[in-house]
Design a protein around this ligand. Structure first.
Ligand SMILES: [Zn+2]
Length: 188
């Protein structure tokens, strides 16, 4: 039986060679790290994550073909507005093109010198982990309503939080830590 936390293993080389496609929707609660980053109103079920991926093997004159995955993700997440401190739902939709090469060293070199995201090809890619990593990287650094729904509470002796208030460090620091741990050689 398949459980929501099982990894979804993808043989990238074969997937790309076939030009294959996959798409699915996952319950938000199945992505633990993303769930931990959210602050939904009490008793609310986390929104689903919809994704699709397709593989390509692109011929290269005089060289080995390039292996690519294109990942598209649509989801929404519950975050806390840093201005009014109320939970709100943030829609996320993005597409990532990822190139896969053989060998950690080549992946690191190419990743550093190009705009592309280059990852080392391994026997299996955990698609669930990849989707979750990309979602975490796509979270806004400082989540805020465009227009907060209620008047801001102002208590005596305290400055009202607003555009001039210092940005909270917490979400930014968490993302930097995540980015530092990611990279062509960053994942087991
Ligand atoms: Zn707000």
């Amino acid at each position: 039986m398949k459980r929501p936390h099982d990894p979804l293993r993808l043989d990238v080389a074969a997937f790309a060679a076939e030009g294959a496609q996959l798409a699915d929707r996952w319950p938000g609660v199945g992505l633990q790290r993303l769930a931990d980053s959210q602050t939904p109103p009490q008793d609310l079920v986390l929104p689903e994550v919809a994704w699709s991926v397709h593989g390509e093997r692109l011929p290269v004159a005089g060289g080995e073909p390039e292996l690519w995955l294109t990942l598209a993700v649509q989801a929404s997440v519950w975050l806390t507005c840093q201005r009014c401190l109320q939970p709100f739902r943030v829609p996320l939709a993005f597409e990532r093109r990822l190139r896969f090469v053989r060998g950690e060293a080549e992946a690191e070199a190419l990743d550093a010198e190009s705009e592309e995201d280059v990852l080392a090809l391994s026997r299996w890619l955990d698609l669930r982990e990849l989707v979750e990593d990309e979602l975490l990287l796509a979270l806004p650094l400082v989540p805020r309503h465009e227009v907060c729904p209620e008047p801001l509470p102002v208590s005596a002796g305290e400055a009202a939080p607003g555009d001039d208030a210092p940005e909270p460090l917490h979400p930014f620091a968490a993302l930097q830590a995540l980015k530092a741990g990611r990279g062509p050689a960053g994942k087991a």
